[in-house]
Ligand binder design. Structure first.
Ligand SMILES: [Zn+2]
Length: 256
């Protein structure tokens, strides 16, 4: 069902393994234009279809259907610490230390990101578009993990629009240059085939993670360009459409 999933074994004594999954369009219950694995409740899709889709993601992680906490993101840099299932509005990052609770970030061109803590206890998810890159939601999440005693041992960057498919006004590129380092701007800013400035948000996120001390081998990219791949949801391509995402949780043991 998912594009990819993985198990991250704990590096700290007493830590738990973490499971993550990154989803695309396939394997869900929603009908067009949300077909089929839409995980967002705010895009106009039938609520029972969204519930069924979320149940399938929970099942893939080995969890009961209701053990998901999803955010309705707003392109800001606010993080919520959660310990219960549900929907959290108005934030772009979630962090939990509750075993068996999956937290979920959604997107359809923006980057959904899962961060696994080195303590085998703390996990976080982030939604990041160009505004999140400028607002530095990535640093907010990495520092929140550190405040909870964990380094980032794995960062899963889900599908997102590539720089060639994301031309932007010059002022927007200038904002990235103004707010982020030269290293991040160099990775994030591209020139599209017709000579316009473009932003590759996912590469900008990766560069920001490196800058924050996450090692290159800890960063895993899943899926390709949302605009180019019809197997992925893309708001830029389709307008009214669903949202894919990444989910992460800690579990009792690799077999649980
Ligand atoms: Zn593309």
């Amino acid at each position: 069902m998912s594009l990819a999933d993985g198990l991250v074994l704990p590096s700290a004594p007493g830590g738990r393994p973490a499971r993550w999954a990154a989803t695309g369009r396939s394997g869900g219950a929603s009908r067009p234009p949300y077909a089929s694995l839409n995980l967002a409740g705010y895009v106009g899709d039938d609520a029972s279809s969204v519930e069924e889709n979320r149940r399938r993601v929970a099942a893939q992680l080995g969890l009961p259907a209701d053990q998901l906490c999803v955010m309705d993101s707003v392109h800001g840099a606010t993080l919520a610490v959660v310990d219960a299932p549900g929907v959290v509005p108005g934030v772009d990052a979630l962090l939990t230390q509750r075993p068996g609770l999956a937290i979920v970030a959604l997107g359809a061109d923006c980057v959904p990101i899962a961060l696994v803590g080195s303590d085998g206890l703390t996990v976080a998810v982030v939604h990041c578009g160009w505004r999140g890159l400028v607002a530095d939601v990535i640093a907010v999440a990495v520092r929140a993990l550190r405040d909870h005693g964990a380094q980032v041992s794995t960062a899963v960057l889900g599908p997102a629009v590539c720089g060639s498919c994301y031309p932007v006004p010059q002022e927007r590129a200038a904002q990235v240059v103004a707010e982020r380092s030269a290293a991040v701007a160099a990775m994030a800013l591209v020139t599209t085939s017709d000579g316009q400035p473009g932003i590759d948000v996912r590469e900008g996120v990766a560069a920001r993670l490196l800058e924050l001390g996450v090692s290159a081998h800890a960063i895993e990219r899943v899926g390709g360009c949302t605009v180019e791949d019809p197997a992925l949801f893309s708001y830029r391509r389709d307008g009214i459409t669903g949202r894919q995402g990444v989910a992460v949780c800690t579990v009792d043991s690799p077999g649980s």
